[in-house]
Design a protein around this ligand. Sequence first.
Ligand SMILES: C[S@@+](CC[C@H](N)C(=O)[O-])C[C@H]1O[C@@H](n2cnc3c(N)ncnc32)[C@H](O)[C@@H]1O
Length: 489
Amino acid sequence: MLLSPAGVEALRTALTRARFTSNGIADRLGPQATGGVARNDFRAALKATEDRDPLATLIRVFICDQTEPEAVVASALAPLDLGEAVEGGLLERHGDGVRAGVDLEPYGDEWWVLADVPASARPGRPLHSEHVLGIGGATQTLIGATVRRPVGTALDLGTGSGVQALHLSTHARSVTATDVSPRALRFAATTAALNGQDWELLRGDMVAPVAGRRFDLVVSNPPFVVGPGTTTHVYRDSGRVGDAIGSELAAAAPALLTEGGTMQYLANWVHVAGEQWDERVADWFAGTGLDAWVIQREVADPMAYVNLWLTDVGEAADPQRMAAWLDWFDAHKVEAIGFGIISLRRGGHADPVVRVEDLRQRVQPPMGDQIGAWFDRQEFLQVRDPEALLAERYRAAEGLQLRQEASLGDEGWAVDRQVLAMPHGLRWTEEIDPLVLALVGGADGRLPLRDQLALLAVAHDVAPDELAEAAGPIVAHLVERGIIEPVAD
Ligand SMILES: C[S@@+](CC[C@H](N)C(=O)[O-])C[C@H]1O[C@@H](n2cnc3c(N)ncnc32)[C@H](O)[C@@H]1O
């Protein structure tokens, strides 16, 4: 840990006493200063904390990144000894006072997370090679995407600050967290102790420390950045060439999961000229026996990608680094890099589904609920043959909308395109033909689908059996996306 057990306890006492919590800070600063802080405008927050009482001092040091007199900070952190705080790296001496040595963030209603101060807050200072990532965009993506259902055992691979493990502790009976970096593990252990948590913390390369063990839920925000395999910063670089960390985790998943277990991780994958990116990524799961849903949320071109990651470690101005990285992309015909969420389920089905798709639209949070429901729908589909699917009754999703595009001609409006739109959840849009539109429109949960199709066949003058056969995959697709939902008896 960064502090002794007694030191962590003393820190917890100081933070609790001062009300250095999300709510305590918001109450103290008020909405205007709180809004300003979110935009990195600290003027109102600094004004509201001029008194230098303990909460004001902690806000100035850990939120507004101010250097404050030692005696004032010592009094705000008491009973934690200031010397121990400096020794442990919590504070650093600066000018004629002390300032934050780590990012100590109140998180959620009751938690604190410890991470390194971001590169942007210490311009010109090189990032530690074992820099411990704070709560950024990717971290939050995985937090939001995780299926939060009660489980027995949960594993966080590459725990860093421990923030994913913290969330796992709300719905898992036991939490194991691993990291290759001893420094990161010290941060995670401190985050755990500060929040009164007891996790099993293991050091080692990816799944090596848990070889032979299985978990009900595995999450990982691994060092997924794609490149030549050079490692300068462990939070970002896996040391694997290209996007191999993504395929490596896919290959490891079957042996990590209990029956019915779920694994979710973030990944980057390359789009190679002359190859279908989705087929390439789907290949990662061939032979794993797992149901897989790969969601591509973003795509970046190589230049933007390299710029982003060099800026992230404060190296954007190094033309040699940029050139080497871009040359590697050129040599491997990488046209773009995809970012997304991979969710796997050990469903035990003979014919597992592997779906790789683009989902760039804004979705209704939390995405984890949608991902959990997607696997439930897969379960429904996988245990039914086409006959059984037709025997079910379905209801169109609540709030479903129809959007039409039409052109005005001599005969009046002619509909060119009809699109079904889900206004909530994953907000899918789906172009459909008039027959499917009629099927969805008529899905009111009263008739079994076979009877509904028989009526449609008469109305559209098609053979009922042919229609039933053609409808099978379409219905499965509509169910998979939640556009029609089976009605329970
Ligand atoms: C992107 S950070 C994620 C940190 C945290 N879990 C989060 O979601 O914010 C990746 C983490 O993986 C760790 N890591 C890097 N290479 C690893 C490896 N080969 N095996 C295990 N952990 C690794 C890093 O030290 C870092 O803590």
